[in-house]
Design a protein around this ligand. Structure first.
Ligand code: LMR
Length: 395
C-alpha cells in the first residue's frame, strides 16, 4: 500500500534553504528562511539564554515529563510579554495559556479549539499570508476565505480593500492577523487601523486570531504588541499564537504559547482543558527545554534586561539594513525600493517575478523565495554589494 505514495515537492521555504546550503557557490547569499543572522552570518544564541542554559544544566536532575500545560514561569512570562504587565485582562483573570511546540503548535491548538467550538468555522486569512497557515489550521477541518491585504503597486497595505472584504466576516468567524512584521510582506497596520479592525470585530462579532511570531523585531517589544493589545482591551475573545523562535532565538527548541483571552475565568479554565485534550491527541506535552529557558529569562530581572537589550540591538540592525538596502537598490536606477525602509521585521517582497527569483538563484547563488520574499536579516556587510549588483542584473 505505501508504495503508492509519490514523492512530494520540497517545502517552498525550508526546501530552498536546503538547496542554498548544498550550493557550492562561495558567493551564495541565503535570504530564504526567517532566521536572524548576524554580521558573520550566524544565528546567535542570546547571552541571557546561554546563562539560563548553564544554570539549568547545573540544576536539572530529571527528564521526566513536564505538565501538558507547560512550565508555569513560562506561561506567566509569555502572557505578560504579549499582553503587557499592566494588562487589565490579565488582572481580571480572563487570560489563560498553554505552552506549545513553537508558534506552529500554538496555531494548531488554536485551530483545534475553534473547531471544537464550531466545526468548519470560516477563517479569514490575509492575501498573502505565511504559506503554512492554511495547512496548519486547515488540517483540523476549518475553512478559509481571504481578505485583500498587500498591494504590490504601492508596496503597502490596501487597507480600504481589507476593510471592504472583512465586512463579510460574520459573528463567530475568525480573522487571522499578523501581530507585527507581516510574513511575507513586511507591511503592517498602523495603530489607527488596528482600532478600525477592533471596531469592526466589536460590531460584527468576528474573533481575531493574532499570530505574533516576530514581536520585538519591528520597532520593539512593546510597540510591536500595541495593535494586538488594542484588540485585547476592547474585545471579549481573542486568540494569540506567540513564538519564542525569533525573539528569544529558540528556533530549534520549538517553544511557543497559545494565549486565550476569554469572557471570564471559568471560560479560560474550560479552554485550557480543551487545549490539553487536543494536545494529548496530537503530541501529548510540549518539549521542556525551550520553555524552561524562556521562563527563566523572562522571570529573572537581570537576564530579562540583558535579553531585551540584545533583542533591541538586533531590531535596530535589521532597520539599519533596511535603510542601507533601499538606498543601494535605489542607486542602481532600476526602480524605487524605498518601501523596504518603511516595512517592518525580517521580510519584504523585492517585487521580482518568479523567473527573476529563479535566475538570481541559478546564475548568482542568491536565494530568495519565488515570491521574491527576502529575509532582510540575512543581509550583511560582506554580501550586500553582491546582492544589490545581482538584483540589478536581473532587473
Ligand atoms: C519563515 O517564514 O521563513 C519562518 O516562519 C520559518 C518557517 O518555518 O517557515
Amino acid at each position: 500500500m505505501l508504495e503508492k505514495l509519490k514523492r512530494l515537492p520540497d517545502d517552498p521555504i525550508l526546501g530552498l534553504a536546503a538547496a542554498c546550503r548544498a550550493d557550492p557557490n562561495p558567493d551564495k547569499v541565503d535570504l530564504t528562511v526567517g532566521i536572524y543572522m548576524d554580521e558573520q552570518g550566524i544565528c546567535p544564541v542570546f547571552e541571557a539564554v546561554q546563562q539560563a542554559q548553564k544554570a539549568l544544566a547545573a540544576e536539572e536532575i530529571t527528564k521526566a515529563y513536564i505538565p501538558p500545560v507547560g512550565d508555569a514561569l513560562f506561561n506567566s512570562g509569555m502572557q505578560q510579554l504579549v499582553l503587557g504587565t499592566n494588562s487589565q485582562a490579565l488582572a481580571d483573570g480572563r487570560v489563560a495559556s498553554v505552552q506549545t511546540p513553537g508558534g506552529c503548535g500554538a496555531l494548531r491548538i488554536g485551530a483545534e479549539i475553534i473547531q471544537a467550538a464550531a466545526a468548519g468555522t470560516r477563517v479569514w486569512v490575509s492575501d498573502p499570508t505565511w504559506p503554512v497557515h492554511i495547512p496548519l489550521l486547515g488540517s483540523v477541518g476549518l475553512s478559509f476565505e481571504t481578505y485583500r491585504y498587500y498591494d504590490p503597486a504601492t508596496h503597502g497595505v490596501n487597507f480600504d480593500a481589507m476593510v471592504e472584504d472583512l465586512k463579510a466576516a460574520g459573528r463567530g468567524e475568525i480573522v487571522l492577523m499578523h501581530g507585527c512584521c507581516h510574513n511575507p510582506c513586511g507591511a503592517d497596520l498602523s495603530l489607527s487601523q488596528w482600532e478600525v479592525i477592533a471596531n469592526m470585530a466589536e460590531q460584527q462579532g468576528f474573533i481575531p486570531f493574532v499570530d505574533i511570531a516576530y514581536q520585538g523585531l519591528g520597532d520593539g517589544l512593546e510597540q510591536d504588541a500595541a495593535g494586538l493589545r488594542t484588540l485585547v482591551a476592547r474585545l471579549p475573545e481573542v486568540l494569540v499564537a506567540a513564538s519564542c523562535s525569533k525573539n528569544l532565538g529558540l528556533y530549534r527548541e520549538r517553544t511557543g504559547a497559545i494565549i486565550f483571552l476569554c469572557q471570564d475565568k471559568t471560560n479560560a479554565d474550560a479552554l485550557v482543558s480543551q487545549a490539553l485534550v487536543a494536545a494529548r491527541r496530537v503530541y501529548s506535552m510540549p518539549p521542556a527545554h525551550g520553555g524552561l529557558l524562556a521562563g527563566r529569562v523572562l522571570a529573572d530581572e537581570k537576564l530579562n534586561a540583558s535579553w531585551r537589550s540584545e533583542l533591541m540591538t538586533m531590531c535596530q540592525r535589521i532597520n539599519g539594513l533596511r535603510t542601507d538596502l533601499a538606498t543601494r537598490l535605489n542607486k542602481t536606477g532600476k526602480g524605487d525600493f524605498s518601501f523596504i525602509e518603511r516595512e517592518k521585521g525580517m521580510f519584504s517582497f523585492l517585487g521580482l517575478s518568479p523567473e527573476q527569483a529563479l535566475r538570481l538563484r541559478t546564475e548568482f547563488g542568491v536565494y530568495m523565495l519565488d515570491s521574491s520574499r527576502i529575509n532582510v536579516a540575512g543581509v550583511n556587510a560582506s554580501n550586500i554589494d553582491y546582492l544589490v549588483e545581482s538584483v540589478g542584473r536581473v532587473l
